[in-house]
Design a protein around this ligand. Structure first.
Ligand SMILES: Cc1cc2nc3c(=O)[nH]c(=O)nc-3n(C[C@H](O)[C@H](O)[C@H](O)COP(=O)(O)OP(=O)(O)OC[C@H]3O[C@@H](n4cnc5c(N)ncnc54)[C@H](O)[C@@H]3O)c2cc1C
Length: 403
C-alpha cells in the first residue's frame, strides 16, 4: 500500500479540488456544509440544484464505466473525489441510493431498457431513489420480507409496509424487495422491483427521530403498481440482486466520511480545550484514543481498498463497518462527557441542538443501519474466524418456523 498519490492521481486531485472551489461559489456558496448527519432535511432545493450541477459537469457517478456516462475512475480516484468533496465542505449528496446502490446494480443486472431509462436521470441528478428493503419484521433478517407483489396483466400489484426508508419523502422511485412466490423457501420467492413513488397506492409517513428531524419514513404500499418489466434480474431471484446491492454500500465513500469524522474530532478537541477539559487525565486519554483509532481506521480502509476493482469483499466490509460505526458512536459519547453538564442543555428552544449533541444522537444509528454490529460480528466470526455458524431455524416465507 502506497499512501502517496501517483502523478495521475495527484493531477486528478488537483482537478477535483479546483472544480469544487470554482463551483461552490455564488448561490452554491450557501450550500457548503448543508445536510450533515441529523440535518438531512436542510436546503433540499439548493442541494438538488447542486446535484444537477455535479451531473452536468460529470462529477456524479465518477466510478461508473464510461459507456454508462461515468468517468470510469479507478478506486484510488473515487476515493480522492470523496475526500476532496468532504474537504471542500460540499453539501451532503441527495441521491446516494441512486448513484451508489441502484445504478451499479442496474449496470450489473438490469436489462438494456432499464439501463437506458434510469441510468442517465440518476447521473444527471434529476431522479431520486430510495431503498425499500427493511420491514417491521425484516431488518437483520431480510429474507423475512412480507411485502407481496402479484402480477395483474402487464403490471405488478404491491401490498405491504416498509420502514426506515431514508429519503422516501423526496424520492421519485423506490427499489423494493417483494415476495412474489409465497410458497417458495424464504430466499427463493423474492423479486427486486422498481416502483414509482408518485401514485395513489403509495403513502409515505416520515418518522421523527431523536435529532428532531426525519431522515427516514414508513412507506405503505396499498395495491401500488409498477410495470411487469420493471423487475431487476429474474422473477423470484431477487435475493441475489438484493445482496449485490448491499455489496455496493460504503467502500470508497468511507474515506470521504473519515475526512468528515476528522473534522468532528477537531471540533471536539477545540471544545475540550475551550472548556478546560484537557487537564482531565481520563478525558485526555480518551481523546488520544479516538484520535489513534481514527488514524487506524483510515489506514485499514486504505488497505482494504488496495488492489480491488469493485465492491469491498464481505469480511473486510464487515470489519470496516463494525470499526467506523463503533468509532463514531464512541466519539458521540465522549463529546457528551467532554461537555459535561452543558450536554444536557439545548442551544435554543424548541429543539436546537449543538453540533456535538447532534453527532451524539445521530451516531446511535451508525451501529444499526447497513447491518448492525451484532450482524457484522456474526459475519466476522463465521467467515473470517471460521467459528461454528449461528443455529438456523428453518422458516417458511410466511415467517413461521416450518417445523
Ligand atoms: C438511520 C437509518 C437509516 C436506514 N435506512 C434504511 C433504508 O433507506 N432502507 C432500508 O430498507 N432500511 C434502512 N434502515 C434499516 C436498517 O437496515 C435496519 O435497521 C437494520 O438492518 C436492523 O434491522 P432492524 O432495525 O429491524 O433490527 P432487528 O433486525 O430487529 O435487530 C434488533 C436487534 O437484534 C440484533 N440481532 C438481530 N439478529 C441477530 C442475530 N442473528 N444475532 C445477533 N443479534 C441479532 C440486532 O443487532 C439488533 O441489536 C435504516 C436504519 C437506520 C437506523
Amino acid at each position: 500500500m502506497d499512501l502517496h498519490d501517483s502523478p495521475e492521481d495527484a493531477a486528478f486531485r488537483a482537478e477535483a479540488r479546483d472544480w469544487l472551489e470554482d463551483n461552490l461559489t455564488g448561490d452554491f456558496a450557501e450550500a457548503r456544509g448543508l445536510g450533515r448527519a441529523g440535518l438531512q432535511h436542510e436546503g433540499r432545493d439548493l442541494r438538488m440544484a447542486w446535484e444537477r450541477r455535479l451531473g452536468i459537469e460529470g462529477w456524479t457517478c465518477v466510478g461508473w464505466p464510461v459507456e454508462y456516462g461515468g468517468r470510469g475512475a479507478p478506486v484510488s480516484q473515487q476515493v480522492i473525489w470523496n475526500e476532496e468533496y468532504v474537504r471542500a465542505d460540499a453539501p451532503a449528496r441527495v441521491n446516494v441510493m441512486g448513484e451508489g446502490l441502484l445504478g451499479p446494480t442496474l449496470i450489473a443486472y438490469g436489462t438494456d431498457e432499464q439501463k437506458r431509462r434510469f441510468l442517465n436521470p440518476i447521473r444527471w441528478g434529476t431522479q431520486l431513489w430510495c431503498q425499500g428493503y427493511s420491514e417491521p419484521n425484516a431488518g437483520s433478517d431480510l429474507a423475512n420480507v412480507q411485502t407481496k407483489a402479484e402480477l395483474d396483466g402487464d403490471q405488478w400489484v404491491i401490498t405491504g409496509q416498509k420502514v426506515w426508508t431514508s429519503y422516501a419523502q423526496w424520492s421519485d422511485w423506490c427499489f423494493v424487495v417483494c415476495r412474489t412466490d409465497p410458497d417458495a423457501p424464504r430466499h427463493k420467492g423474492l423479486s427486486y422491483l422498481l416502483v414509482p413513488m408518485d401514485q395513489p397506492g403509495v403513502e409515505v409517513r416520515p418518522i421523527r427521530q431523536m435529532t428532531g428531524t426525519s431522515e427516514f419514513n414508513e412507506v405503505f404500499f396499498d395495491r401500488a403498481r409498477t410495470d411487469k418489466d420493471l423487475v431487476v434480474g429474474e422473477v423470484n431471484d431477487g435475493w441475489r440482486v438484493a445482496l449485490a446491492t448491499l455489496a455496493f454500500e460504503r467502500g470508497v465513500g468511507l474515506l470521504g466520511d473519515i475526512v468528515g469524522f476528522r473534522r468532528e474530532l477537531d471540533h471536539l478537541l477545540a471544545a475540550a480545550a475551550k472548556n478546560g477539559r484537557t487537564t482531565n487525565k481520563v478525558l485526555r486519554q480518551r481523546l488520544a484514543e479516538v484520535w489513534i483509532r481514527l488514524y487506524i481506521l483510515r489506514l485499514n480502509t486504505l488497505r482494504s481498498l488496495t488492489g480491488i476493482d469493485g465492491p469491498v469483499a464481505p469480511p473486510q466490509a464487515s470489519i470496516s463497518k463494525l470499526f467506523w460505526g463503533t468509532w463514531h458512536r464512541d466519539l458521540g459519547e465522549l463529546a457528551m462527557d467532554v461537555l459535561g453538564a452543558d450536554a444536557l442543555v439545548g442551544d435554543a428552544l424548541p429543539y436546537e441542538l449543538s453540533d456535538l449533541q447532534r453527532i451524539f444522537l445521530f451516531s446511535r444509528a451508525d451501529t444499526i443501519y447497513g447491518g448492525s454490529n451484532e450482524i457484522q460480528r456474526n459475519i466476522i466470526g463465521e467467515r473470517v474466524l471460521g467459528l461454528p455458524p449461528e443455529p438456523k431455524v428453518a422458516a417458511t416465507s410466511k415467517g413461521a418456523p416450518s417445523s
